[in-house]
Design a protein around this ligand. Structure first.
Ligand code: PEP
Length: 252
């Protein structure tokens, strides 16, 4: 039996026009019909989630939100309620994606609040660690990623950790065409797992999935997927093409 089920997750960001959503799913869903080994998901902007949830019903495709606020409800115009996402049937939400940190001023503190809010509402957070050195003065990259991990999980209880996925997505690798090497990514994932073991114990740490993201393509995907501590991939640009996305699912 597999220790951790691989997770192949597309991140559409705010790409994809409304008219493109249906045809994309029509290509992908039949190809996934017998997919049990791998968890396959698509993160999409809120506007498309209802349509995607309806299309994915009864199919092995997981629909993922790209962001959620740290408050469940209230006067926060333009934000996404984690409670509403959960009630709509969304299972996972990305928290603290590199672009949220970079362009929307998300910090370790807000990432932590959002992680807690997701868990409180029964949404599974996919916590993104971007290893952005600029927020940490002169710390070395390994220290930054672990500091981000610890900060994000502050107050998360051991019995909630089976709901959590970690994504290691170094800033410099996202959208740059320059992926980390498989060795680099494995090293970071192993450090993250060791840190999870320090926080929650080895048994729990062995159950938590750690994804790699940053310029993954069908040409390099397998290199990441075969690493012992990498349990899946988060794919931006390449996943905008359904054939490439399916090729990556096949590799997992
Ligand atoms: C991402 O946005 O999470 C990502 C990994 O993007 P890309 O694959 O385009 O680098």
């Amino acid at each position: 039996e597999q220790k951790r089920r691989p997770f192949v997750l597309a991140n559409w960001k705010i790409n994809m026009e409304p008219r493109e959503v249906g045809p994309y799913l029509e290509k992908v869903l039949p190809a996934l019909a017998d997919e049990h080994q791998v968890e396959v998901g698509i993160a999409a902007q809120d506007l498309y989630l209802s349509q995607m949830l309806a299309a994915a019903k009864g199919n092995p495709l997981t629909i993922v939100g790209e962001n959620a606020h740290w408050e469940d409800a209230g006067a926060f115009t333009g934000e996404t309620s984690p409670k509403a996402l959960a009630q709509m049937g969304v299972e996972y939400v990305l928290i603290g994606h590199f672009e949220r940190r970079k362009f929307f001023n998300e910090t370790d503190e807000t990432v932590n609040l959002k992680t807690l809010a997701a868990l409180r509402n029964g949404l599974k957070p996919i916590v993104d660690l971007d290893e952005d050195l600029s927020a940490y003065g002169n710390l070395v990259p390994e220290k930054v990623v672990l500091a981000q991990l610890k900060a994000a999980l502050d107050g998360v209880m051991a019995d909630e950790m089976d709901q959590v996925t970690i994504a290691y997505e170094p800033t410099w690798a996202i959208g740059s065409g320059e992926a980390a090497s498989a060795d680099q990514a494995q090293e970071a994932a192993a450090l993250i797992r060791q840190s999870l073991a320090n926080l929650y114990g080895r048994d729990l740490a062995e159950k938590i999935r750690i994804l790699y993201g940053g310029s993954v393509t069908p040409a390099n995907g397998q290199n990441f997927l075969c690493q012992p501590d990498i349990d899946g991939i988060l794919v931006g640009k390449a996943a905008l093409n359904p054939e490439k996305f399916l090729a990556l699912v096949d590799e997992a």
